[in-house]
Design a protein around this ligand. Structure first.
Ligand code: 5GP
Ligand code: MN
Length: 335
């Protein structure tokens, strides 16, 4: 972040403010970790902070400190809109375009208070007064750590804030295996461990607290996996019926797409999940190496993300979405 922006933000934060912190819709570990990490940091400086998510966050993140304090826009639009528009300062974390918050976009467009964006996705929209936007970081949580350090406030980091930050780093880096994991990422984590986080316990809360039905759903997903080896591609489908039979709850499909990449010779993996209530097919794309799934998602499936991890959606049926995907693949070169 630019020095003059840091100075301006230091000045803004030098007196108590009403601050609203917003992640993207269907927030993941990085979105919840960064918003709650910032929340605890601001409380320590005597600000009045509130995290408002566009919709519900998944159960597997409900152990995060103060997650019970989070307000959910979709549950109480009138009240949360009022709080957002009444704020002195708004942070948007882990997204860079208002439409990533769904219909909360209508409220965000009316904000007159300064907005601070911290985000690591490509092509940021131009809505923030202060922007810390950089695709080289593997997670918004890692950026939050540097942001706090740049503010000269590293001494305020405590176990609670560090736990939130670690959560986003570990989830967005696929437990430190994605290429965006740098030596700096590990140095940041070393600091977090020195501050006192229980990294093993956090890992357990995130990944080893699964329900039996989630594993059954994973089994169904793996059964459904198709391989197109000439295209170095694999894809998985999950229908609404399959979700229902396996007692799906939000978060249960998190990470399943990555199994597709674990097959020898596969560098491009997709998962198509039917959400009948919203009438969309939610799609996740993952790749290894140079195949740019951000561009693929933007071009064909109304989405975006990063080079090796992106998402999108389709309003066609599950069957037609997959047919469209196969048609596009036939015309796409995958190295
Ligand atoms: P996931 O597949 O885990 O939902 O998302 C992977 C990455 O792509 C995340 O960084 C996420 O923010 C981004 N992403 C997912 N869905 C969309 C979308 O519809 N639009 C955009 N622009 N990015 C998305
Ligand atoms: Mn992220």
């Amino acid at each position: 972040m630019k020095d003059e922006d840091i100075q301006a933000i230091q000045k803004l934060l030098s007196t108590p403010k009403k601050v609203v912190i917003i992640p993207h819709r269907s927030p993941d570990g990085d979105a919840m970790g960064s918003t709650l990490g910032l929340y605890h940091f601001l409380l320590k400086q005597n600000h009045e902070a509130i995290v408002i998510t566009p919709n519900e966050f998944p159960d597997f993140l409900a152990w995060l400190p103060a997650s019970e304090k989070v307000l959910i826009y979709e549950k109480d639009k009138e009240n949360t809109a009022k709080i957002i528009l009444d704020a002195d300062l708004v942070f948007t974390l882990d997204f860079n375009a208002f439409h990533r918050t769904g219909d909360m976009e209508q409220v965000l467009k009316k904000i007159t208070a300064p907005i601070i964006m911290i985000d690591h996705h490509q092509k940021p929209d131009d809505y923030a007064k202060y922007m810390f936007s950089d695709t080289k970081y593997g997670s918004t949580c890692e950026m939050l750590f540097h942001f706090i350090a740049d503010l000269g406030a590293k001494s305020l980091l405590d176990k609670t804030i560090a736990t939130c930050i670690y959560t986003g780093i570990v989830t967005d880096s696929g437990s430190f295996r994605f290429p965006s994991t740098t030596s700096t990422t590990h140095r940041v984590v070393a600091d977090l461990i020195d501050i006192g986080i229980e990294n093993g316990a956090i890992h357990n809360s995130l990944f080893d607290d699964s329900s039996y039905s989630r594993l059954q759903l994973l089994g169904q997903a793996l059964q459904n996996m198709k391989i197109l080896l000439d295209k170095k591609t694999s894809y998985i489908t999950l229908s609404q019926k399959e979700l229902d039979v396996n007692n799906y709850v939000k978060g249960d499909t998190e990470g399943i797409v990555n199994y597709g990449l674990s097959i020898k010779g596969v560098v491009f993996a997709a998962i198509f999940i039917e959400h009948r209530e919203e009438n969309i097919i939610k799609i996740s794309f993952r790749s290894q190496g140079s195949f740019d799934v951000n561009q693929f998602a933007r071009e064909h499936f109304n989405g975006g993300g990063h080079i090796n991890a992106a998402g999108g959606k389709s309003h066609l049926s599950l069957k037609d979405t997959v047919a469209k995907f196969e048609e596009i693949l036939a015309k796409t070169t995958i190295n």
